[in-house]
Ligand binder design. Structure first.
Ligand code: ADP
Length: 301
């Protein structure tokens, strides 16, 4: 099983002729609403790849229509939402996204809302109920004390914790001991190590620094180059399948969700990384965030 603990956001997207300047109103946009948030994206990515009933999600949504829509959609995706709570009086997390149709440039503002109210104790029941072998997946769009508490509790129960350190922020020294694996992208790896990561050689250097900081397994995603893994005894670059990328939104979320599924199914790290690369390569060939996430049948069929 996979237990994802993280954020849910509703993405409100306007595609407009150009981005509005301060004080300016731009007419002529088209609107779309999408389910997002790194936690929810990773939970849906995992649910589409895992056997039925294997993916659980712990999150806080608002006492509003967005929150109700989130629960309905997560259940429709086969995510177990027993651990998704409503934060009384709080709005759901929202991202307001303007995309300029001509250039593809965007401007985004996020109100974390209910996500900020995901407390350490909110995950305790899900952790207590987690079956042996569960892979616990965390990101950094919820309060850091919650991330640290969950990682500690999960590790104490012998569960494997995968942390996708996004959005990037410095991490406390003791966290490494509670992690099974850390999955930064290039910019997150640079924030954490100071090494400008662009290829396998620089990823090796960054991984060595992370190992020195107590993190035993590191998987650095390298966009179209694939992903680099290092477990302190071995390391390798897994090349990305060559594809025509049309939209890399949620590629990293797809990768982390897929990695967790493969680890939970008992695959060793290099094989799980290869599986995650195949899943993410398919995701980037299609537009959208959750809309682009592949099913198991699409990967194996
Ligand atoms: P993020 O989305 O967090 O910025 P990356 O850009 O590193 O993360 O992408 C995550 C993973 O998605 C990569 O490790 C790779 O497996 C896959 N991926 C991203 N871009 C491409 C691409 N152009 N072709 C094939 N795979 C890709």
């Amino acid at each position: 099983p996979v237990l994802v603990i993280g954020s849910y956001n509703t993405d409100l997207v306007i595609r407009c002729p150009r981005l509005p300047a301060p004080g300016e109103t731009i007419l002529g946009g088209t609107f779309a609403q999408h389910h997002g948030g790194k936690g929810a994206n990773q939970a849906v990515a995992a649910a589409r790849l895992a056997a039925a009933g294997q993916v659980h999600f712990v999150a806080k949504v608002g006492d509003d229509e967005f929150g109700r829509q989130a629960l309905t959609q997560l259940r429709a995706e086969g995510v177990d939402t027993t651990g998704v709570r409503v934060a009384p009086g709080q709005p759901s997390g929202v991202a307001l996204i303007n995309v300029a149709t001509a250039t593809g440039e965007n401007s985004i503002s996020v109100a974390a809302g209910a996500n900020e109210h995901l407390r350490p104790a909110d995950a305790d029941t899900a952790l207590a109920d987690a079956a042996p072998g569960t892979v616990v997946v965390l990101q950094l769009e919820i309060p850091l004390p919650t991330v640290l508490h969950v990682a500690r509790q999960a590790a104490a129960r012998g569960l494997r914790v995968v942390l996708n350190p996004a959005p990037a922020q410095p991490l406390p020294a003791g966290l490494g001991a509670d992690l099974y694996a850390l999955t930064p992208n290039e910019t997150e790896a640079e924030t954490l190590t100071g090494v400008r990561v662009t290829d396998a050689a620089t990823a090796t250097l960054a991984a060595e620094r992370l190992h020195a900081a107590g993190i035993s397994r590191v998987v650095i995603t390298l966009g179209a180059q694939g992903a680099f893994w290092s477990d302190g005894t071995g390391a390798a670059l897994v090349a990305a399948p060559a594809v025509q990328a049309v939209d890399t939104t949620a590629a990293g979320d797809c990768f982390t969700g897929a990695l967790a599924v493969a680890l939970a199914e008992g695959h060793v790290l290099p094989d799980a990384v290869a599986f995650a690369c195949r899943a993410a390569a398919l995701a980037v060939t299609r537009p959208g965030a959750q809309a682009s996430l592949p099913t198991r049948a699409e990967l194996t069929g």
